[in-house]
Design a protein around this ligand. Structure first.
Ligand SMILES: [Zn+2]
Length: 426
């Protein structure tokens, strides 16, 4: 990772500061890895005119699994039962492991592919769920700022302490490693509640975030409530079912309560959270966030997502793409455009906030990234705007399909056509 040192100013048709209204014919100045001025050129040189583009804060993908980034299409078929999809993903992993001569190398190259794709579609920050054998070097050498959440799976009470030990090692390894540590107890159907408690404790002690898939499907709610349904069949088939692990009458709220003891929690999906659960999260928005993955949600044909309800209850909702096993790409801008087309009750400025400021807040980076303001990190996403005229800048950005043409990570510029090499900034 090379360091940008020069001071330079950028000019764009629109700036989207996020915390303030869009600015037409806007200018911002960057020095080293920081934004030093918005609205004026303090560089002492002519600004670089990027043309008919929008400059946004670098996009934040708050949920992904990059090990699937080499898939050309999602696994399974749209609207398939969720438990069948999980079984297909497990099958895909096994097939790949048995067919590959060098699975570690193959996985590393899938992750590198995902990091490259993410950079070119404007993501400067990622929250990645990593399974054992994940390629540390790929994150160390990427310009993208990634929090790597180590996935913990264990419904049996016996395996808890070894997993907690792995979590501690993971956290210790992250010191000065160029990535940040998080831990991810996978989901209620794979995690013993006692493991979750211990993970929340480690999170609190080490001040690292926790991410957990929760309230993702109706089948999961049935498993918690009654200990029956398709998850039991799936877990039995995988020889992973422990009938006493989950008490009957359990609800996602019980998991939220455990997670509220953590330093910081990302609730992934939350498709079927009820009113009391939404209010619980709304009252803890500095510490707990929901990560909504719109096109993955659509892929499974879930019931309507309570996005407007969550936002009006004060929930901090961030955006994720999830992986290419359930989504066609890793493009957060396309998630926002999908919301713009399909979630009319949510304002365009709120949609922009989900993929920027709210993502930053979910990771505890709200004062560092997620907005265009002096003092913030110079993480920027540059989007081509259409030639059509509109007096609504959000319509130009989200109502169109113009690509991300350039991404800045800490002031260093990456353009799609330059094959991943950073180029001179000023
Ligand atoms: Zn996921």
């Amino acid at each position: 990772m090379s360091q940008a040192t020069a001071m330079f100013a950028l000019k764009a048709h629109y700036l989207f500061p996020v915390d303030a209204p869009a600015v037409a014919d806007g200018i911002l100045t960057v020095s080293g890895d920081r934004i030093v001025a918005v609205g004026e050129n303090t560089s002492g040189r002519s600004p670089i005119d990027l043309g008919n583009v929008a400059i946004l804060p670098g996009l934040i993908n708050a949920h992904t699994h990059l090990e699937f980034s080499d898939l050309s299409a999602p696994i399974g078929r749209s609207r398939m039962p969720f438990t069948d999809w999980i079984a297909a993903v497990v099958g895909h992993r096994r097939d790949r492991e048995s067919a590959s001569a060098d699975i570690a190398q193959e996985r590393a190259s899938a992750v590198e592919q995902g990091l490259t794709e993410s950079l070119y579609c404007g993501s400067t920050t990622l929250a990645e769920i990593a399974t054992s054998g994940w390629p540390e070097q790929a994150f160390r050498s990427s310009s993208i700022d990634t929090t790597v959440f180590l996935e913990l799976i264990g419904l049996s009470a016996d395996g808890i302490e070894p997993l907690i030990g792995q979590s501690r090692t993971h956290i210790a390894t992250s010191a000065n490693a160029g990535w940040h540590a998080g831990i991810s107890p996978h989901a209620p159907y794979t995690v013993n509640p006692l493991l979750l408690q211990r993970a929340a404790q480690v999170s609190s002690e080490a001040r690292v975030p926790v991410a957990m898939h929760l309230a993702e499907s109706r089948e999961e709610l049935e498993l918690l409530r009654a200990g029956t349904g398709p998850f039991v069949k799936l877990l039995e088939r995988l020889d992973a079912w422990h009938p006493s692990a989950i008490s009957r009458g359990t609800k996602p709220l019980d998991y939220l309560q455990i997670l509220s003891a953590s330093h910081r929690a990302l609730i992934v999906h939350g498709n079927y959270l009820d009113r009391s659960e939404i209010e619980f999260l709304g009252a803890r928005s500095e510490q707990m966030s929901v990560v909504f993955c719109p096109r993955t949600h659509a892929y499974f044909g879930h019931e309507e997502y309570p996005l407007a309800e969550m936002l009006s209850a004060g929930v901090n909702v961030a955006l994720g793409t999830d992986s290419r096993a359930s989504n066609p790409d890793l493009n957060v801008l396309e998630e926002m455009r999908y919301l713009y087309r399909h979630y009319g009750a949510v304002s365009a400025s709120d949609i922009l906030r989900l993929g920027t400021a709210n993502g930053a807040k979910s990771l505890g980076l709200g004062s560092e990234i997620g907005g265009l303001a002096a003092g913030r990190r110079a993480d920027l996403t540059v989007v081509q705007l259409p030639d059509t005229a509109s007096d609504d800048p959000h319509e130009l950005l989200l109502g169109d399909s113009g690509p991300v043409v350039r991404t800045y990570c800490r002031g260093q510029s990456y353009a799609a056509e330059s094959s991943g090499r950073s180029e001179p900034s000023g």
